[in-house]
Design a protein around this ligand. Structure first.
Ligand code: ZN
Length: 357
C-alpha cells in the first residue's frame, strides 16, 4: 500500500464534517488498518455536538473500528489481511497512568484514544471515519472472526465494555441480581455479559423513547424491561424479586437522576458502577446514603483488554448480536450517521449505528 491516500471525514468544528484525503504514509513504526466498519457511540455524538470535554478540533472521529491489517510493522502481531478490532485506548506502558493500569494514558493530549486524538498529531489518521487508521505501535489488537459482517463486528466494542462494567468491575458472582439503567448499546451489551456470566436476575430500565431498545432487551433475556417514565422502577423490582439488586449500573446518556436512582435502589452493601458522564454539571448530593448503606461505587471508563478478549469470542458464537446494529451509512453520509446515533432521525428501531466502507 505504498503511497496510498485515505479518504476521511474530518470534523473541523462541532457538527461540521469536511471530506478530505490524507496520506497513509509507509515507513512508520506501527501499521495501517484498512477500515471495514466503524460503530458510532454516545461518546462520538458528544464530540460531534461539541459537548465532550477538552476536545481539540479538527479530528477524525470514530473509535469502534473493525478492519484488516494492510501494513504490518515489526510491532504488529498479525500478518497483513488479518481482521481485527483495535482497542480505542492506546497505552504507552510508561507514563504514570499506564503504570497504575488506568484507562487514560497521559502520553498524548487531550486523550490517547482513537477518535479523540487531534489531526495535527502525525500521521493524522486517528479515527474510524477514514479508509485507513494508523495502528500505533502500542495499540492493542484482537483478531476477529471473518464469519460476521463488518458492521456486526463493531459491536465487539460495546460488548467489551458490557463485560468490563457488568462482570469485571463489580466482581459479579453467579446468581447475583443486576439492574442496568440505560438500554443503549452498552446497556444491552451489559445485559448480554451479565447473563453470560451467570447473573441470577437482570433488569433494564429506560425512558419512553427507548421502547424498541427495551423490547430488544426482553428478547436478549432481560427478566424485566421497564419504562422509568411510566412505571415505578423500585416497585417493579420489589414485585419481581422481592429484594434490592446487588449491583446497579448507570449506563444512561447524560442523566444526573440515574445516579440517585442507582444509590436508592441498590441493596445495602451493594455495588454501583458509574459508567455515564453527566456533562460536567454540578448537582446536590447527600453522601450519607453511601455511609448508611455501606456502598461501593466504581467509576468505569471504557473496556479492559480482558473485556475485549471475551467480546471477540462471544461475537463468534452469539447470533443475537446481528440484531444490535440497526443502521448503516456510507462514509460520505457521516453527518447522517451521527444524527442517527444522536436520535435526531427518530428513535424507532434505533439500536446502534455503524459507518461501513
Ligand atoms: Zn501511558
Amino acid at each position: 500500500m505504498e503511497g496510498t491516500n485515505a479518504r476521511a471525514m474530518m470534523l473541523v468544528e462541532p457538527r461540521q464534517f469536511s471530506p478530505t484525503e490524507l496520506p497513509a504514509s509507509p515507513g512508520l513504526n506501527g501499521g495501517w488498518l484498512a477500515v471495514e466498519a466503524t460503530g458510532i457511540s454516545g461518546a462520538d455524538v458528544q464530540v460531534w455536538k461539541g459537548e465532550a470535554k477538552d476536545v481539540v478540533y479538527p479530528l477524525i472521529p470514530g473509535h469502534e473500528v473493525v478492519g484488516r491489517i494492510a501494513r504490518a510493522g515489526p510491532t504488529i502481531p498479525y500478518p497483513v489481511g488479518t481482521r481485527v478490532v483495535v482497542e480505542p485506548r492506546i497505552h504507552c506502558g510508561e507514563c504514570h497512568r499506564c503504570k497504575l493500569n488506568l484507562a487514560t494514558c497521559a502520553r498524548r493530549r487531550p486523550s490517547n484514544s482513537y477518535g479523540f486524538i487531534p489531526s495535527i498529531e502525525p500521521p493524522g489518521l486517528w479515527g474510524g471515519l477514514a479508509e485507513f487508521l494508523y495502528i500505533d505501535p502500542a495499540a492493542r489488537l484482537h483478531q476477529l472472526t471473518d464469519d460476521v459482517p463488518a458492521e456486526v463486528g463493531t459491536f465487539v466494542h460495546p460488548l467489551a465494555a458490557g463485560h468490563t462494567w457488568a462482570v469485571e468491575l463489580p466482581s459479579l458472582q453467579e446468581g447475583e441480581n443486576v439492574l442496568i439503567l440505560g438500554p443503549g448499546p452498552r446497556g444491552l451489551a451489559s445485559l448480554i455479559a451479565a447473563k453470560a456470566a451467570g447473573a441470577g436476575w437482570v433488569g433494564v430500565a429506560g425512558l419512553s423513547h427507548d421502547r424498541d431498545r427495551l423490547e430488544l432487551a426482553k428478547r436478549l433475556g432481560a427478566d424485566l424491561a421497564i419504562d422509568a417514565e411510566r412505571e415505578d422502577v423500585g416497585g417493579a423490582i420489589a414485585e419481581a424479586i422481592g429484594r434490592r439488586p446487588d449491583i446497579v449500573l448507570d449506563v444512561t446518556s447524560d442523566d444526573p437522576e440515574a445516579l440517585f436512582t442507582a444509590l436508592d435502589l441498590v441493596r445495602s452493601g451493594g455495588r454501583v458502577i458509574l459508567a455515564s458522564t453527566k456533562g460536567n454539571r454540578a448537582f446536590h448530593f447527600i453522601s450519607d446514603v453511601l455511609v448508611a448503606k455501606q456502598l461501593t461505587i466504581k467509576g468505569a471508563m471504557g473496556a479492559t483488554t480482558v473485556g475485549y478478549q471475551w467480546a471477540a469470542r462471544q461475537i463468534d458464537t452469539d447470533p443475537r448480536i446481528d440484531d444490535l446494529v440497526s443502521h448503516q451509512f456510507p462514509l460520505s453520509e457521516a453527518s447522517r450517521a451521527l444524527q442517527a446515533a444522536a436520535g435526531l432521525l427518530g428513535r424507532e428501531e434505533l439500536i446502534s449505528v455503524a459507518v461501513t466502507f
